[in-house]
Design a protein around this ligand. Structure first.
Ligand SMILES: CCCCCCCCCCCC(=O)SCCNC(=O)CCNC(=O)[C@H](O)C(C)(C)COP(=O)(O)OP(=O)(O)OC[C@H]1O[C@@H](n2cnc3c(N)ncnc32)[C@H](O)[C@@H]1OP(=O)(O)O
Length: 201
């Protein structure tokens, strides 16, 4: 069996929520609309301040189960001369969609991310992102996001649909490299963040 077909988990699964999908429920303890969410991990390439060339994406809680975020493209993020790499833009969408989990208070990882690149995004441009959870079906969390340039009401440059899959904290402690796991578990701020993601911490 090839790596690509590993467990066959989710292969071919649609990004369209099933008919029995439930509306997402904002957790009562979710950060208030307007709150800056902060990094879920200092070393995250999407949001961590500890990553020199990372995106340093800043996400903010919105109404319901929505978030907004901003990311300014730097020279380290280029694919073509003067233009953001598509993978970096997909990362920005992934990270913004992942931030929805702060509002659900669920730990989840990206299962599938489908991205449309609509306009080139130059170095120096700020990508204004908005994501919303479109439904929850069992462990599957559906979402959509767009990224605009030229302002928060500017034209759409990128968009994505996603399915995140809810996991337990053990997903990270069992699969991550021991030295980073040990450091994270020894950091009270990191443990606090992990608890903020979990229902009934
Ligand atoms: C400390 C700070 C914390 C907070 C940490 C937050 C981190 C956020 C980081 C940013 C986001 C990322 O980049 S996360 C990193 C990138 N992603 C990953 O590394 C994930 C790697 N994949 C996996 O580990 C696994 O495949 C899982 C966990 C996704 C699924 O495995 P599993 O747990 O065995 O689940 P399984 O039973 O197979 O499937 C459960 C249900 O989900 C569906 N499903 C499974 N995979 C997919 C898929 N790819 N696309 C669609 N649907 C899928 C199945 O059809 C099934 O639906 P049904 O039968 O129930 O209908």
């Amino acid at each position: 069996m090839s790596a690509a077909t590993g467990s066959d988990s989710g292969v071919g699964a649609a990004l369209t929520p099933p008919p029995d999908v439930a509306s997402p429920v904002r957790h009562p303890d979710a950060p208030a609309p307007g709150t800056l969410l902060g990094a879920h991990y200092d070393q995250c390439f999407g949001c961590g301040e500890g990553q020199l060339h990372g995106l340093h994406l800043e996400a903010r809680a919105g109404e319901g189960v929505t978030v907004t975020a901003e990311f300014t493209v730097r020279p380290a993020h280029q694919g073509a001369p003067g233009l953001a790499h598509g993978g970096v833009l997909a990362l920005a969408l992934d990270e913004t969609l992942g931030s929805l989990n702060w509002l659900l208070r669920v730990i989840a990882v990206t299962g599938r991310l489908e991205t449309d690149f609509v306009r080139p995004v130059p170095v120096g441009a700020t990508l204004h992102l908005e994501a919303r959870c479109t439904g929850v079906a069992g462990r599957k969390i559906y979402g959509s996001a767009v990224g605009r340039i030229g302002g928060s009401d500017g034209p759409v440059a990128v968009r994505a649909d996603s399915v995140f899959i809810e996991v337990k904290l053990e997903h990270f402690t069992k699969n991550g490299r021991p030295q980073e796991i040990k450091a994270a578990l020894a950091d009270p701020d990191q443990v606090k963040v992990a608890r903020a993601f979990e229902v009934n911490p």
